[in-house]
Design a protein. Structure first.
Length: 421
C-alpha cells in the first residue's frame, strides 16, 4: 500500500468545476416543482446544447452509454451483427454493442491522433464487403478531447454505406476543420470551415459525467442532424409509451431520460464551456512548457485538422530515456495524494472479450462466458497504454497545484537531476 502525504489535500484527475450560474437554474427548477425526470429545463438544455455544437437535434439522457445504446438500437444492431469500434477507448462506447448481441471489431489507434486508424478501417471495410457482411455501424472515439480523422473515416464509410456514430463523450468543446459551403460563396464552392466534435456523423454521443469538461453529475446527450432518429430515441428513452391517456406499450423501451434538476445544472455549465476549454488548454501548455525538455517524456499530439479541447493532458513516458516507467511515476504522484491514471487499457486486451477464437456460425455473442470480438492491429494502442499517463487537469487547478505535479514528476524515482530544469 502506498503511503500518502496526509498534509496535502487530495488532487483529483478532473473534478467538477461549478461556475456559480448553475444555482439560478436549479432554483428555477425547484420553484417550478419539476423535480422528476423531464420538464422545461430538459427541453431548454437540449435546445441550448444543439445550438452550441451546431447539430440541430438533441435528446438529453441519463448517460453517454444510454445514448450509444439507443443509437445502435435505432440503427438496427442485433444478434451476430458486427460493429467496428476503437480499441483505445472507455468501455462505455463498447458495452452497448454487447447489450444488443452484436460483436465488436476493435481497430487500432494511429500514432498521429491516437484515435481510430482510418487506413486500417478502410482496409477492414473492404474485407467485410468481400466476405459479404458489412458492419452495422462504425464508432470512432474522440479520445481525450481530440476529434478523430472524420474526413477519412466518413469518406471510407460512405463508400460502403455504413453509418458512423461519433463517440464524442470526451470531446465536448473540441473542433475540427472540414470542407463546407460558406454563406455568400458561389453555388457549390467549398472552403475550409470549423465544426464541433460529432458533426457529420449519423449520430453523436456526449457525456456529462462528473469528470467531464462540463458535468450534470451524471448524464449524456444524443445529437443528430436526423430529426426522426432523435424523436425515435426520445420515444424509446421514455419507456416507449404510446400516445394514450393510460400507459400502453407496443414495444419495449428504456428508462433513459435526464432529470429536470440535472438539466438545470447542465444549462449553467454549458454557459462556461468555452472558458473551460481555454483553461484546459492552458493547463496542457503549462505541462508542456515545463516537461517538454525532459528526455523520455512526450505529449499527446494535436491533429493538424483540429483543436483539441485537452480534456485531459496525457503524456507518454519512455522508461529507457526517462529512467522510470509510467507506473512508477503514477505511484510517486499517488504517494503525494495526487490522482493520475494510465491511458485507457485497449478493449482488445480486456478479459471480458474473447478475441477471434470462435466459430462464426455460433448464434450467440458469448463463448466461455466472454463476449466474442475481433481485432485489427492493436500494437499502437498497447504501447500507448504501457507508456501513457493522464495528468491532473481540473480547470480549478492553481499554478501552485501544477508546480506540485511537475516537481513530483521531475523528482520521481530518483530523477533528482531534473528538478532544476
Amino acid at each position: 500500500m502506498i503511503a500518502q502525504n496526509s498534509d496535502s489535500k487530495r488532487m483529483f484527475l478532473s473534478p467538477p468545476h461549478m461556475s456559480g450560474e448553475e444555482m439560478q437554474f436549479v432554483k428555477e427548477a425547484f420553484e417550478s416543482n419539476y423535480i422528476a425526470p423531464l420538464g422545461p429545463m430538459v427541453d431548454a438544455f437540449e435546445l441550448d446544447f444543439a445550438k452550441k455544437i451546431g447539430i440541430p437535434h438533441a435528446v438529453a439522457l441519463c448517460s453517454g452509454t444510454a445514448a450509444m445504446h439507443l443509437a445502435l438500437h435505432i440503427l438496427g444492431v442485433r444478434g451476430g451483427d458486427e460493429v467496428i469500434v476503437s480499441s483505445l477507448t472507455f468501455i462505455g462506447s463498447i458495452s452497448p454493442v454487447t447489450f444488443l448481441g452484436g460483436i465488436p471489431v476493435f481497430i487500432d489507434a494511429d500514432e498521429t491522433t491516437w484515435n481510430m486508424d482510418p487506413g486500417l478501417l478502410a482496409e477492414e471495410l473492404a474485407k467485410c464487403k468481400k466476405r459479404g457482411k458489412l458492419p452495422k455501424a462504425v464508432i470512432p472515439t474522440d479520445l481525450y478531447g481530440q476529434c478523430a480523422d472524420y474526413e477519412r473515416i466518413l469518406g471510407a464509410c460512405k463508400e460502403f454505406g455504413v453509418p458512423v456514430i461519433a463517440d464524442s463523450a470526451e470531446a465536448l468543446g473540441a473542433k475540427r476543420k472540414t470542407a463546407g459551403k460558406l454563406a455568400g460563396w458561389q453555388a457549390g464552392k467549398l472552403n475550409e470551415v470549423e465544426v464541433h466534435a460529432g458533426f457529420g456523423a449519423k449520430a453523436a454521443v456526449f457525456s456529462f459525467n462528473g469528470n467531464k469538461i462540463i458535468t450534470t453529475s451524471g448524464g449524456g446527450m444524443l445529437a443528430s442532424e436526423d430529426a426522426e432518429l432523435i424523436e425515435r430515441a426520445r420515444f424509446l428513452s421514455q419507456q416507449a409509451r404510446d400516445p394514450f391517456p393510460h400507459y400502453e406499450h407496443s414495444e419495449i423501451g428504456y428508462n433513459y431520460r435526464m432529470s429536470n434538476i440535472l438539466a438545470s445544472i447542465g444549462r449553467g455549465q454549458l454557459r462556461v464551456l468555452d472558458e473551460r476549454v481555454k483553461r484546459k488548454r492552458e493547463i496542457f501548455e503549462f505541462y508542456q512548457m515545463t516537461l517538454v525538455d525532459i528526455p523520455g517524456i512526450a505529449f499527446m499530439p494535436e491533429a493538424a485538422y483540429g483543436t483539441n479541447s485537452r480534456w485531459l493532458t496525457v503524456i507518454l513516458i519512455t522508461p529507457e530515456e526517462f529512467g522510470a516507467n509510467r507506473e512508477e511515476v503514477r505511484l510517486a504522484l499517488e504517494a503525494e495524494n495526487i490522482e493520475s491514471r494510465p491511458v485507457w487499457k485497449p478493449m482488445h486486451t480486456q478479459p471480458v472479450f474473447q478475441i477471434e477464437c470462435w466459430s462464426a456460425k455460433s448464434k450467440t455473442n458469448r463463448i466461455n462466458n466472454k463476449y466474442k470480438a475481433r481485432k485489427i492491429g492493436g500494437e499502437v494502442a498497447e504501447d500507448m497504454f504501457e507508456r501513457g499517463l493522464c495528468l491532473p487537469s481540473g480547470t480549478a487547478m492553481t499554478e501552485e497545484d501544477l508546480d506540485r505535479v511537475v516537481k513530483i514528476i521531475k523528482g520521481s524515482i530518483g530523477k533528482q537531476k531534473y528538478q532544476n530544469i
